[in-house]
Design a protein around this ligand. Structure first.
Ligand code: CMC
Length: 431
């Protein structure tokens, strides 16, 4: 019978080694060998042993996780086993956040308590207003968010007690609750508008719209279609296993720093144009293309390297249509019924059509990702482009915190500290 091991022959020495193969839920997806076992492979007793070389961790399992499953080849995304399309149809963002953090869906009492506890933590300390006031009028809201998250760490010194479950849970409520408030304050600071206090009678997304867009009315009433559209976008963005920002969250958290600074680090990673900043870049790109007739020449420029990358296309894991992009396209139509159709939609649809018929994109398996259509929706809802990555960060905090908590409670985990292949000088004298 076949054994679950790998036999390696080192042709430098002729020695043979056997290493175990372990599996996750699916034997054909995620079979792994322990990297540490490669250290036994040496040419002499003084040899350090083999390491793997994997820039960008494209083929390295950094953890075992039971939170999110992504099969990029087949376009599958599930949170705790539930397909993303079912969650989008049947759940809310806060219920999904509970599911991610606790492993199972809440019963009605658990859900009521969860929503209550988050709703009771939406306010920010008054001093935070001074922090946000100190930013320039044109400061990027993502920079304000990263900075404010770091500042929050100083308000809750006991958050450092990360192995105390009650303390940890309280910080989780606070972070999920305060992200929309920080985002709304950053938005209103840039517009020179007074900050709006949270309205605890509204839903999570309804209150967010209230804090963003309330003017002089006594009670803000969110449009139910836009409120639900944001809910769907938040569910879709809640987690995506070991992506760049989540790995940053786990890496920062692995030194046992508090969750506020770890979330600040994760948000900083999300900010970049190759990750959560891509939705902002898509809008700039579509504006730059300007008209449907310019699409073919733009695609040629992308292929020749003159126009940079086709933003909102391609993914490290998805080598087929990103399932989130399919669901976002549906939301786009619902939103446009309320807001009117964005002129950029026509350009985006044509760009997608041309790219998906082009050999360059077909051969490289480049499909639209989550960011391709989300920016057009956000723009139609009245968000300035600079707010787009912030809208990604708000829901992703539940994923970051789920992954952080899983990492803290996982006995296999240690401080993140990769190796390197040194290619510099041999020792030389300083003369
Ligand atoms: N436009 C044109 N060419 C592309 C693109 C693109 N968007 N993406 C990849 N390629 C090409 C790339 O040039 C390379 O070609 P070649 O083999 O000839 O050198 C090939 O496809 C493989 O690309 P890669 O850079 O090795 O792929 P990666 O897995 O390292 O990068 C990515 C993944 C998402 C960073 C990349 O596809 C990209 O830059 N996309 C545009 C930015 C974007 O939309 N990011 C959002 C990602 S989804 C949301 C999120 O995770 O935050």
């Amino acid at each position: 019978m076949a054994e679950d091991t790998l036999t390696i022959t080192d042709n430098r020495t002729g020695e043979t080694y056997e290493v175990p193969i372990s599996y996750g839920t699916y034997p054909d997806y995620g079979a792994a060998i322990p990297a540490g076992d490669l250290r036994k492979i040496k040419t002499s007793d003084d040899d350090f042993g083999l390491i793997t070389y994997d820039p960008g961790y494209t083929n390295t399992g950094s953890c075992k996780s039971s939170i999110t499953f992504v099969d990029g080849g087949r376009g599958i995304l599930r949170y705790r086993g539930y397909p993303i399309d079912q969650l989008v149809k049947k759940s809310t963002y806060l219920e999904t956040a509970y599911l991610l953090l606790n492993g199972d869906r809440p019963d009605q009492q658990q859900l009521d308590d969860w929503v209550h506890n988050i709703t009771m933590h939406t306010m920010l300390n008054e001093s935070i207003k001074k922090v946000i006031d100190a930013f320039n009028y044109d400061a990027h809201p993502m920079g304000m968010m990263v900075g404010t998250l770091g500042v929050l760490s100083t308000f809750y010194p006991n958050a450092k007690d990360i192995f105390d479950e009650e303390t940890r849970t309280r910080q989780i409520w606070r972070l999920i609750a305060k992200m929309p408030t920080i985002a709304a304050y950053a938005y209103r600071h840039r517009r020179g508008l007074p900050y709006v206090l949270p309205d605890n009678e509204l839903s999570y997304t309804g209150n967010f719209l209230n804090m963003l867009f309330k003017v002089t009315e006594l009670k803000y009433e969110p449009d139910p279609v836009l409120e639900r559209a944001l809910e769907v976008l938040f569910i879709l963005h809640a987690d995506h296993e070991q992506n760049c920002s989540t790995s940053a969250m786990r890496n920062v958290g692995s030194s046992h720093s508090d969750p506020y600074v770890a979330v600040a680090g994760a948000a900083a990673a999300l900010y970049g144009p190759l990750h959560g900043g891509a939705n902002e870049a898509v809008l700039r790109m579509l504006n730059g293309i300007g008209s449907v007739k310019n699409v073919p020449s733009f695609v040629e420029e992308v292929k020749s390297g003159e126009a940079g990358r086709l933003m909102g296309f391609g993914h490290r894991v998805y080598k087929s249509y990103d399932p989130r992009a399919t669901l976002i396209k549906e939301v786009a139509h619902q939103v446009f019924e309320v807001t009117g159709v964005s002129p950029l939609l026509e350009i985006a649809v044509e760009l997608e059509r041309v790219a998906l018929e082009d050999d360059y994109f077909v051969e490289r398996k480049l499909y639209p990702n989550v960011d391709f259509y989300s920016g057009i929706i956000y723009q139609a809802m009245g968000f300035p482009t600079a707010m787009f990555p912030v809208l990604f960060a708000i829901p992703r905090v539940s994923g970051w915190l789920s992954q952080w908590q899983e990492m803290l409670l996982d006995e296999d985990q240690r401080i993140a500290r990769p190796r390197q292949v040194y290619t510099g000088h041999d020792v030389r004298d300083f003369e």
